[in-house]
Design a protein around this ligand. Structure first.
Ligand code: ANZ
Length: 929
């Protein structure tokens, strides 16, 4: 029988499912290994061939690790809350739960077709109440916690309460809002319950506060910074504006330093680590206070600067237009100008403001500050290059040191105060520069480092400044004014948020009549009829953001059915952290930062053992589409005719290129009949052909429906099988690289598998292997591949193994090898890549069905690779005549004897007498006659 991929793959997929082959236990004698894929959002379009790339790689690794004797956790699930299902619900009225379930079913089918070794009994869905109960529970833990800087960890809010009850706010070292009160223990005791709760909210790690948010009117929701790209929403491309709203936030900034330090301990791609570092954006500098006499002697504006050494070059104070002081500072004469400017800024997103360095704008407030060291009067301006949410939302402008300040000053004709450091230190805050300051007050004659120390000490002594570390990262908004997300487990009593009781979790997402905001502008949950806590209190109406469930899901896989805990201690202590995480680089700053943050929090609270959740991480590249084009001939008026010219002839005509469905093109040749059915107006299409064929043009583009270049893995599997698909996806190139999908080479992989099949079968297609012992050449071919695949997989180089397999099977075919011993081991080595065909062949070899997944990877024996023979070139009178294989252990005299005894050699000697024989061991034999 020939290789029947369809029957074989169906058979083994069913076998694996029926026998729970990939069920994994939380206890084992074996060492553990946790391999995680970034779980998919189940979209309506299903999987295209680009999606499984990472899953195939992780599956190969998982199968390989099992063969290497590891207890492997390799789960899969769905990130199933999110905007697309909700947008669809708004358009069609279909409940997002219904469409989500249907999409999941489709995904599952497609995933099953590929033959993954997931333990499906551990599947999670973030939109399942049994799952989001624990997302809500983690929220309650965060609400009930604060960050104690003294111990550098999160602690239950109870320890904070204990502190203020005995010491008041004195000695409290906490990460908090800026406007915390100063009070004694007695004052705390005299606060009303409401006052106490209000104060505690300023410390909680999950907290409610008015903040400026990215508001997307079209989507009716707030978006996170990483969901806004070039001022529009990442999904849908809708405009985003800045707006102040009461919002749930997460105090991720408390973890800034630990998030930074942890990056040194993980094995992640450098660009990804760099992106996280930049996102966290640590700056070491100083904050400096400039008094505002017109507001009163104790009134000041604080700025954050990384260049306190440039303080003598300050020519203005520039505030973000949103800065709360602006209103107070503005003089009546400047009011109109300032108001107009503030209004104009509202339209620009933060990213635009940062990107537009050249578009200088601003307004003078009419007010002045006093320089703390020179006592000079300095004007206060507002400008949008200063961001409200960074530092203090105010800068000291130093045109001779900072480019933006320079552009700003020249634009508005502000005096440029020359400072010596700019010349001597190249404007770089660089400790290696040896220049010294001149004409610079108290830092005259000092180096950069000395100057910083002296200035900070001086400012501190006069109460005008201190050393400060700033992080660019902000606290994370944790609310969405949308329906399809986890309800926040909070209700309101006297305007203050209260947690619902733990025993009452999960707080189930209520039904609504429409997935739109209410008439009064409340989120969709405001439509839920009679939805009140204990029939009395209003629930929080926003839901959690998309990243909530994905910030801890890998723990649920460890113990997916636990009804009493998010995962048991034993499970968490057994699996610890993810050993290998594979996923797309688009999650570099969102998901991966939030997950690390929640992980650190859970660790602080003693729920999980590891500081970092993902030890090694690989970003798989994108598979791009390979679009095909046909060329429509245009008539004299430039209108499209119904004639299409083949690619090679198109330059002889006026044409327009049209995308054509890649599924009706094979090897860039168009299937003409299918094309006529592709669109109604093509029914009568005529073709100008080349050698009887229509050649299409091609181009690499993003894989997308509109470009007709989407390839569905199901179609490939139907035609070639999953084993071919798996190997071919790897064969396309290095895992991390982006590459176009191009089916032109897939036949080669399919042929390889058929050739493999034939090694086990005779010419009539009957299974036939020999029990004879293997030859050296056969063992060499086998051990080469054992070594190569092991080395390749260990360094995640999957593509190179595929070509090595091809070479191996070619060699064995040439050797006509059908030895049981060789083929048995070959099945094991190839199994991670092509699990179905190897299961079938391994069973045909007489092994117990289904046990291949847990076989032992063959041990590499280097002896087989040592060359024991050498084919000596034999030359006669300087003329190369033949090669003679001889053992390399033979000494020159023995070689000479063996050569001369050989009949073929004798023929070349033509009976002449031998004058000399020169033997170079392991190189050549030269005979002179
Ligand atoms: C004076 C100065 C002189 C500055 C000089 C730079 C160079 P990073 O490294 O990003 O932390 N800055 C402070 N707060 C700002 C805000 N809210 N919006 C825009 N810019 C702000 O940069 C810190 C520097 O960026 C600070 O140091 C401040 O300008 C500016 F030769 O102060 B500098």
């Amino acid at each position: 029988m020939d290789y029947q991929h369809k029957a074989i793959e169906e058979k083994w997929q069913k076998f694996w499912a029926d026998n729970h082959t990939f069920r994994v236990d939380n206890t084992s004698e074996k060492p553990k290994y946790y391999i995680l894929d970034m779980f998919p959002y189940p979209s309506g379009a299903g999987l295209h061939v680009g999606h499984p790339l990472g899953y195939i790689a992780s599956d190969i690794f998982a199968r390989y690790k099992r063969l290497k004797g590891f207890n492997v956790l390799h789960p899969m699930g769905y990130d199933s809350f999110g905007l697309p299902a909700e947008q669809y619900a708004i358009q069609t009225g279909q409940h997002p739960a219904v469409t989500t379930a249907a999409n999941i079913e489709r995904y599952r089918e497609q995933l099953d077709n590929i033959g993954f070794s997931f333990d499906w009994e551990r599947e999670v869905r973030t939109s399942d109440p049994a799952f989001y109960k624990w997302t809500q529970w983690i929220f309650t833990q965060l609400f009930d916690a604060w960050y104690n800087k003294a111990n550098d960890r999160a602690e239950p809010i109870a320890t904070l309460i204990a502190h203020v009850e005995t010491n008041g706010s004195n000695g409290l070292l906490a990460v908090s809002d800026e406007d915390t009160a100063i009070f004694t223990a007695a004052q705390w005791a005299s606060f009303s319950e409401e006052q106490q709760q209000r104060e505690l909210l300023k410390y909680r790690l999950a907290y409610l506060r008015e903040s400026t948010v990215n508001w997307c009117p079209a989507l009716g929701t707030v978006l996170a910074n990483d969901e806004v790209v070039n001022g529009v929403s990442e999904r849908g491309g809708y405009p985003v504006v800045q707006k102040k709203m009461m919002q749930w936030s997460m105090r991720i900034t408390a973890y800034a330093e630990r998030l930074l330090n942890g990056l040194d301990t993980v094995d992640w791609p450098d660009p990804l680590v760099e992106m996280q570092r930049n996102w966290i954006g640590k700056s070491i500098g100083a904050s400096v206070r400039f008094t505002v006499p017109s507001l009163g002697d104790d009134q000041y504006i604080e700025v954050f600067t990384t260049r306190v050494d440039t303080i003598y070059g300050v020519n203005a104070l520039v505030l973000a237009p949103e800065n709360e002081l602006v209103n107070q500072l503005t003089t009546p004469g400047q009011r109109a100008e300032v108001d107009a400017y503030v209004a104009q800024t509202k339209k620009k997103s933060e990213l635009d403001r940062m990107a537009d360095v050249k578009a200088v704008s601003g307004a003078f407030t009419g007010c002045y500050v006093v320089h703390p060291l020179t006592a000079k009067t300095i004007p206060i301006w507002i400008a949008d290059y200063v961001l409200a949410g960074y530092g203090t939302g105010a800068v000291m402008a130093v045109p001779s040191g900072d480019q933006r300040d320079y552009l700003f000053s020249t634009h508005f004709g502000l005096p440029i105060i020359p400072i010596s450091d700019a010349q001597q230190l190249d404007g770089q805050a660089d400790a290696t520069k040896e220049g010294r300051y001149i004409n610079s007050g108290i830092i005259n004659g000092l180096t950069y480092l000395e100057a910083v120390d002296v200035l900070v000490a001086e400012l501190e002594s006069i109460g005008a400044g201190k050393a400060t570390i700033n992080y660019r990262m902000r606290d994370a908004i944790f609310g969405r004014q949308r329906y399809w997300g986890e309800p926040v487990p909070v209700y309101f009593k006297d305007g203050l948020p209260q947690l619902i009781e733990e025993g009452e979790l999960p707080l189930i997402l209520p039904e609504v009549d429409k997935y739109l905001p209410t008439e009064s502008g409340e989120p969709p949950l405001g439509r839920a009829k009679g939805w009140k806590y204990r029939d009395t209190f209003e629930y929080e109406l926003s839901t959690m953001p998309g990243w909530a469930g994905s910030s801890w899901y890998w723990y649920r896989y460890m113990d997916a059915h636990n009804a009493g805990e998010f995962a048991s201690r034993e499970a968490v202590n057994y699996w610890k952290a993810v050993d290998l995480y594979i996923g797309g680089s688009e999650h570099a700053t969102g998901h991966l930062l939030y997950s690390r943050f929640w992980n650190k929090f859970l660790k602080d609270m003693g729920y999980v053992p590891e500081e970092e959740p993902f030890k090694k991480l690989i970003n798989q590249g994108m598979i791009q589409g390979r679009s095909n084009f046909v060329y429509r001939v245009l008539d004299a008026e430039g209108k499209g005719t119904n004639t299409f010219v083949s690619h090679g002839l198109k330059d002889q005509y006026a044409t327009v290129a049209l995308h054509v469905d890649v599924n009706i093109v094979s090897n860039d040749t168009l299937d003409l009949d299918s094309f006529r059915q592709f669109r109604p107006d093509f029914v009568d299409a005529d073709f100008i052909l080349e050698n009887g064929k229509y050649h299409c043009g091609h181009e690499v583009e993003k894989m997308s429906k509109s470009k007709y270049n989407v390839v569905n893995p199901d179609d490939i599997i139907e035609q070639y099988g999953a084993d071919t698909l798996r190997m071919y996806e790897m064969f396309l190139g290095p895992l991390e690289q982006s590459k176009p999908w191009n089916t032109n080479g897939i036949e080669g992989v399919y042929k390889f598998l058929r050739k493999l099949w034939r090694l086990f079968h005779d010419g009539q297609g009957n299974f036939s292997v020999s029990d004879e012992s293997s030859s050296k050449a056969e063992l060499k071919a086998l051990h080469k591949i054992i070594k190569k695949v092991e080395e390749d997989i260990e360094r995640f180089s999957f593509n190179t193994s595929v070509s090595a397999f091809m070479i191996c099977v070619n060699e064995l075919t040439d050797l006509k090898c059908n030895k049981r011993g060789i083929l048995h081991d070959l099945c094991i080595v190839l199994h991670p890549y092509a699990p179905h065909i190897t299961e079938e062949l391994w069973t045909l070899l007489g092994n117990e069905p289904g046990k291949l997944s847990y076989a032992t990877y063959p041990a590499f024996n280097p002896d087989y690779l040592v060359e024991s023979e050498f084919a000596y070139p034999i030359s006669v009178n300087g003329k190369m005549r033949m090669n003679l294989p001889l053992s390399l252990s033979l000494e020159p005299a023995d070689v000479e004897q063996a050569v001369l005894a050989n009949e073929d050699v004798q023929r070349y000697l033509e009976g002449k007498s031998i004058r000399k024989v020169i033997v170079v061991k392991g190189r050549i034999v030269n005979i002179v006659v």
